[in-house]
Design a protein around this ligand. Structure first.
Ligand code: GLA
Length: 356
């Protein structure tokens, strides 16, 4: 369907955004305009919103399909679809263009709702406008959407983790291991692998840093390694640079926003010749990346992870969306989930007790 009229300006077009993102927002707004025409009966009625008796279809859009966390989220959402009898449409959207086609695709399939972990949270206003016009209920998951002033869009229901508290749990776990090994905080380097453009990531690493410095780690010992993208390869590259530039530290703590980032940091330390006995890494997530690491015959520097609940993010969020569509029950505006520390010795038991 092609828009036949210029859509009115909205929040999306008013944003001070770089050209590529502006183009995506403009396309989102155009699509929103065509949906408005549809609902006004000016275009084919075929794509009109489904009536209440229609089978429920829910889109679940994620940003990073190769990350086990997101596969787990999808798996649990699929279980919800089976249990409640709705159709789950899983779409990977690693960039704004893919996000745009994903929404068009959902509208064309007459889905009534979408759960989104967006590849760029700044697309929030455009996404919100498009969802409204296409009559798609919207819940964000994992990464909270922000407005033009980079503030959370509070009107959009969100399910995320208690990022600062979970980062603090990482800090406590690092300190416990420091104590166990009898290291002196004044001599230890702390490799903070960061992805500060995303607030849930920044809050996590800030939470860990705060606990470490409060315990006496000199702030100057914290070395940041910013990643352009939060995955193991980018973390590895960023961490290798940081370690190379700081040869004075012979023992390292490694933390970051997720397991993948910490694994990249630990792999980089190995690449620089550090043995597991000189490295303490604690991740966040507890998905397959951590399971694989804990399953290695020889322990590595990756000693623990704060396990999150993909069931709460996947299953519960999908059920909340279903209830909203089917019974008009609005989800809470903000749900924050907690984490549970697991190490090599107890992760299997922890996963079972969390129903994973
Ligand atoms: C963000 C991170 C993911 C995962 C989720 C959990 O999206 O990028 O790795 O930790 O949060 O909510």
């Amino acid at each position: 369907m092609k828009p036949t009229a210029t859509p009115s300006p909205d929040a999306a077009t008013a944003l001070p955004l770089p050209p590529a993102r502006r183009a995506i927002c403009r396309r989102l707004a155009l699509a929103a305009g065509s949906a408005a025409l549809l609902s006004a009966g000016l275009l084919s009625t075929a794509a009109l919103a489904a009536d209440a008796a229609s089978p429920v279809k829910i889109g679940f859009i994620i940003k990073q399909v190769d990350e086990p966390w997101f596969q787990d989220e999808w798996r649990h959402a699929e279980q919800a679809a089976k249990d409640k009898g709705f159709t789950l449409i899983k779409i990977a959207a690693p960039d704004g263009d893919k996000l745009l086609s994903a929404i068009d695709n959902l509208a064309a399939q007459r889905a009534q709702g979408m759960i989104v972990c967006a590849p760029d949270v700044k697309l929030g206003p455009a996404l919100q406008a498009r969802a409204r016009q296409a009559n798609l209920k919207l819940i964000s998951v994992d990464d909270r959407l922000v407005n033009g002033a980079s503030k959370p869009i509070e009107a959009i229901a969100h399910v995320g983790i208690s990022a600062g508290a979970i980062g603090a749990q990482v800090g406590e776990a690092l300190l416990a291991e420091v104590k166990k090994r009898g290291w002196k905080l004044a001599e230890v380097g702390a490799l903070r692998v960061t992805y500060d453009q995303l607030s849930t990531s920044k809050e996590r690493t800030d939470g860990s840093s705060a606990v470490l410095t409060q315990a006496g780690l000199p702030a100057a010992n914290i070395v940041s390694a910013p990643m352009p993208k939060a995955d193991t390869e980018n973390a590895f590259n960023a961490a290798t640079v940081a370690l190379t530039q700081n040869p004075k530290f012979k023992q390292w703590l490694v933390f970051g926003p997720n397991d993948e980032a910490v694994l990249g940091g630990v792999r980089a330390s190995e690449g620089k010749g550090f043995k597991a006995a000189s490295v303490i890494g604690v991740g966040i997530g507890g998905s397959q990346s951590a399971v694989n690491e804990f399953s290695k015959a020889e322990p590595t520097g990756f000693v623990a992870t704060v396990m999150l609940s993909p069931r709460k993010h996947g299953y519960d969020t999908a059920v909340a969306m279903f209830e909203w569509i089917k019974n008009g029950k609005e989800p809470p505006k903000l749900t924050l989930t907690s984490g549970t520390l697991a190490d090599r010795a107890n992760f299997k038991q922890m996963r079972t007790s969390l129903g994973l």
